[in-house]
Ligand binder design. Structure first.
Ligand code: GAL
Length: 641
């Protein structure tokens, strides 16, 4: 039964609504009712309306970092025209610090590596001349530290000559116990604009570590166990990073900073990164190999509802120019750029640009690919097709009727991919442009077949009539959605996915045979939280939002959308069948519509609400009673029209 509650006539129908809102008797007293916020509560942490772009020393030089090398790459970014394309942050990584001076606990710089830091006087060393230089070149400057007492290089490269030196306390260069002081130094006195905060200090200094056992470093009982969420103190990790955010806000009240969280996707950061950081890593370190590229991309590809203007998933830095992504492997190099751009990922170059051949500069500087990454709507691409070897990822662009799409061949042998209008949510004749070739490649209707070489990613811009003549699916506006509550009671680890080659899958006109695995449970666009197709009592929905019960999504409608509709119900993939759920739609905090209580097996119900003039629409799924395992619920065909 469809039920619409008009905002302006809200009061008289309250009683009518209440009839349907009264939970079944057995649900009375159930805790955990989700309340609307009535406003957009997405945190603004620093400032990055589009994904940060720049350069970082780590993938290029490791701890063998010098001022000359950094400034050399900065100069190359300027001279090659990359700066004009948006690469603006020049970030130093591990290796810059010398020791923490004990008299006043002020950090000292390795002046043999950064000669301009040798300022003398009471400061002795300072990175201010270095940031002055970068700022004078028109860049922004980024620094690196750790949330614990000690750094990653101290744990992982014990023989490196560039490690911090001195007594045990002098070698404690991380933020722990020094957040206010260090942030004031880095952002006040030294005038940095961007900070990457690693987490080895709270993960790799357990009593059993050599450097700890032999007294070089103080023990830090690990708060993070990378492969064991149960052993990870999620709340404490979040709190430590929140202190850094708060210190940055105090130091830079106008919000002119970027805070890059680097705890490698651990500690359930996927759920809270958006409240604490500007960007947050979703996986362990990338390296210039194909397997790592796939893993890091997979770690970000299912988190499309967590990114948006000002807050971005970070699958780690670019390897373009290095190893398997060097000038002899331009197909792979373009594949990384394509995948990172469609995922609205930060584009942080990680190669020595003073030696980069033109072909690599061309990959990094592909203007139409960069434009997709930097599209102001801030949508992350949504998986429209996935099987073990092929993927189609579609990113709705700010211009109505325009989509970027990546057709991706994961394997080392050629394959065929059929792109359909349905993948793109477009209709009629669709014009295609190849964003690498920078040329139009004609129009198609219905479907179009492509042949892809090994490891190839084709990146296209498609323009046509929107499938919804009068509106948009919510899965076309991921950047407007804030996951305010994900409904996850017990966080689950990310699956590590080993995909198989499936010869029986056929062409790519369907949604695909996706790998089936237990997963994390965060809400998804055009899929369930566990990456299945949306389906209620046998009725499949190609488009929509898949969530868990007890979830709340805020949609930044800004008064632009007149009407919301969806077909809702408990998803057929749910493991928990012992609780009913109710779907509720709020507009600026007022209840606009609600479904009946719906149980597993009940047919999908139509739900609709008048959202004209509403600034924030909230989509809530209540559970009638605590369930034995998460209840999967589907907002099938969720759309504004
Ligand atoms: C890792 C981090 C890398 C790099 C490295 C430095 O933890 O993920 O991006 O910063 O530490 O030691």
């Amino acid at each position: 039964m469809a039920m619409t509650i008009r905002r302006k006539a809200f009061w008289p129908i309250t009683a009518f609504v209440a009839l349907f809102l009264t939970p079944p008797a057995w649900a009375e007293g159930a805790d955990g009712t989700v309340q609307p916020s009535g406003r957009w509560t997405q945190a603004e942490v620093g400032s990055a309306p589009t994904p940060p772009m720049g350069w970082n020393s780590w993938n290029a030089f490791g701890v063998a970092i010098t001022e000359d090398k950094v400034l050399g790459s900065a100069q190359a970014i300027q001279d090659s025209g990359l700066a004009a394309l948006g690469y603006r942050y020049i970030n130093i990584d591990d290796g810059w610090w010398h020791y923490r001076r004990q008299a006043d606990e002020r950090m000292q710089v390795r002046a043999n590596l950064f000669p301009s830091a040798n300022v003398g006087g009471t400061e002795a060393t300072s990175l201010r001349p270095f940031t002055n230089r970068l700022h004078a070149m028109g860049f922004k400057a980024g620094i690196y530290t750790d949330i614990g007492r000690n750094a990653c290089s101290q744990a992982w490269a014990p023989d490196n000559p560039n490690l911090p030196e001195g007594t045990q306390p002098e070698r404690e260069v991380g933020l722990y116990g020094h957040v206010r002081q260090d942030i004031r130094l880095y952002f006040g006195a030294w005038n940095f604009d961007y900070i990457k905060v690693d987490s080895c200090g709270i993960a790799h200094y357990g009593a059993d570590r050599t450097g700890v056992a032999n007294g070089t470093y103080r023990q830090f009982k690990p708060l993070i166990h990378e492969t064991n969420l149960g052993q990870t103190d999620v709340a404490k990790v979040r709190q430590l990073y929140s202190e850094v955010r708060d210190a940055l806000r105090r130091e830079r009240p106008r919000g002119d900073f970027v805070l890059s969280l680097c705890n490698w996707g651990s500690a359930n950061v996927r759920a809270w990164g958006q409240d604490v950081g500007t960007t947050w890593r979703t996986s362990n370190d990338i390296d210039p190999s194909w397997g790592r590229l796939l893993h890091n991309f997979d770690s970000v590809a299912t988190r499309e509802l967590y990114a948006g203007p000002g807050h971005w998933n970070d699958p780690d830095m670019l390897e373009v120019g290095n190893g398997l992504f060097d000038a002899a492997h331009l197909i792979e190099a373009r594949a990384q750029m394509s995948l990172w751009a469609i995922a609205a990922a930060p584009l942080i170059i990680g190669t020595d640009l003073t030696r980069a051949p033109h072909a690599i500069l061309d990959v990094l500087g592909a203007p139409e690919v960069i434009a997709v990454d930097q599209d102001p709507a801030g949508n992350q691409g949504v998986i429209a097709y996935a099987d073990s070897e092929r993927e189609i990822i579609v990113k709705a662009l700010g211009q109505r009727g325009a989509k970027a799409v990546v057709l991706f061949n994961r394997l080392a042998e050629p394959t065929d991919i059929t792109l359909t209008a349905a993948h793109l949510k477009l209709a009629g004749p669709i014009a295609l442009r190849d964003l690498w070739q920078r040329r139009d490649i004609g129009t198609f209707s219905g479907r179009k077949a492509f042949h892809l070489g090994a490891h190839e990613a084709l990146m296209l811009r498609a323009t046509g009539a929107p499938l919804l003549a009068q509106g948009s699916y919510l899965s076309e506006m991921t950047g407007r959605i804030h996951v305010a509550a994900d409904g996850i009671r017990v966080p689950e680890p990310d699956p590590i996915i080993y995909r198989m080659v499936d010869p029986y899958v056929g062409d790519t006109s369907s949604g695909g045979h996706r790998p089936a695995y237990a997963g994390w449970g965060g809400p998804r666009a055009d899929a369930t939280p566990y990456d299945q197709g949306l389906s209620v009592a046998g009725e499949g929905f190609r488009y929509g939002l898949g969530v868990l019960a007890n979830s709340r999504l805020e949609v930044k409608a800004d008064g632009k959308f007149r009407h919301f509709t969806a077909r809702v119900g408990v998803d057929d993939s749910t493991r928990s069948r012992n609780s009913a759920v109710r779907f509720e739609i709020y507009g600026d905090g007022r209840l606009l519509a609600a479904s009946q209580w719906l149980s597993f097996g009940d047919p999908a119900k139509e739900i609709a609400a008048d959202t004209a003039e509403v600034r924030v629409v909230e989509l809530i799924v209540q559970a009638a009673k605590p369930a034995d395992s998460p209840i999967v619920a589907s907002w099938g065909n969720a759309r504004f029209n």
